[in-house]
Each structure stands twice: as C-alpha cells, then as structure tokens.
Design a protein. Structure first.
Length: 211
C-alpha cells in the first residue's frame, strides 16, 4: 500500500503554507501515521523548522524531511510514498509551470487563504492550475477572525471558484508563529488548546478528503 501525497500551495507569499505543513505533519504523526516532508521552496523555512525539531526532540524514524527542486517533486514524492503513509510537499509562493509536478501527483492540494480579498485573488491562479491537473483542492481559511463579514465573504467566494472550503478555520494566534520558530507545533504547547482543537478539526477533514 502506498501513501497519500498532500501538496500545500498558494501564489501569495506569507499565506502560512509552512506553518500549515508543519502542524499538519505533527498532527498526522500524533495519529500514528508516518509522515515525510518535502520542501521545494528555496527559502527553506520548513527545513529550518525540521532541523530545530530534531535538535530539540531527536530523530523520529517515522518522520523524514527532504528537499527537492520544483520539477523533482514528483520523483521525490513517488519514492517517499512507498515508505510513508503521508507525504507533504511545501511549495514556493508562485504559480507557473514549476508548480505543476507537485499538483499533478497530489491526492489533495491544500490552499491556505488569509481573510482578505487580495489573498482570494491570488488563490484563483492556484485553483485554475489544480483544475487543469485534475487535483482535488481544499481551501483553508488561515489567520481567520471568527464571525467577521470578510471571512464569510472569502469563504463564499472561494466556494464559487469551485473549491471545497474546510469547515475548520485556523485562527490568527501567536502560538503558531512561536512554536514554528522552536521546531515545534501547537500540539506541543500546553496553553494552546484552541489552536490544537482547530487544527485537529482540520486534520479530520484532510483525512476524510484523502479517503
């Protein structure tokens, strides 16, 4: 049995892709799944998080990290899914032909969208490219402020673009930024219950979409 591939993509920089990828990896690992991470973003933020994590907690044979060029993502993910339950690909903030290999192999494309119209406009390119590659998409409202008109409008507009929008929303919480810089996740912070709960809900939806 081969694993599933999740590609995290968004055209706009600062959308929270790496934060989402790292926390999703730990959340899936906590549920007993083995997880491999691939960083195709030249900035290398996910790699720095992983190194910090290893220095703090030691190696975990059921969690692996590798880097790849954008074009090499399909080869690297195909290799890793033979050994791991889930492969998560973090991509650079751009939309061009380089992103296609990571979308083409994805069982699910997770697209974080901050609660702003500008972020939603940036999402259109990702959704169009994913549609052409016949990749299923789950849009996740990130840094969301609950019960705001803007958040509701962004969710509605994303749905009108033909994407499934996750019920779980990721709040604008300090815990996400602080734990990422320490090589940790919100699941390893005792005073981040709200963040753990919302990310647990998102993990449920991701697993349902993977079948």
């Amino acid at each position: 049995m081969t694993g599933h591939i999740i590609t995290v993509a968004q055209q706009k920089g600062g959308s929270g892709k790496t934060t989402l990828a790292a926390n999703l990896a730990v959340s899936l690992r906590n549920r007993g799944l083995s997880v491999a991470l691939i960083d195709t973003d030249p900035q290398g933020s996910l790699g720095r998080w992983f190194i910090e994590r290893m220095e703090r907690q030691g190696e975990d044979e059921e969690m692996e990290f590798s880097t790849s060029s954008a074009w090499g993502a399909s080869y690297e993910s195909d290799k890793l899914k033979k050994r791991f339950d889930v492969v998560i690909i973090d991509t650079p903030p751009k939309i061009d032909s380089d992103l296609r290999p990571a979308l083409r192999v994805a069982d699910l494309v997770v697209v974080p969208v901050a609660s702003s119209q500008v972020d939603l406009w940036a999402t259109e390119g990702v959704l169009d490219l994913a549609r052409r590659e016949k990749a299923p998409v789950l849009v996740v409202l990130n840094r969301a402020r609950p019960n705001t008109r803007l958040g509701a409008e962004v969710a509605q507009n994303a749905a009108e673009l033909g994407a499934e929008v996750a019920d779980a929303q990721i709040g604008n919480r300090v815990a996400y930024a602080e734990t990422l810089g320490q090589g940790l996740s919100v699941f390893e912070r005792n005073n981040a219950r709200a963040a753990r709960d919302e990310f647990g809900g998102l993990t449920d939806e991701v697993l349902r979409n993977l079948g």
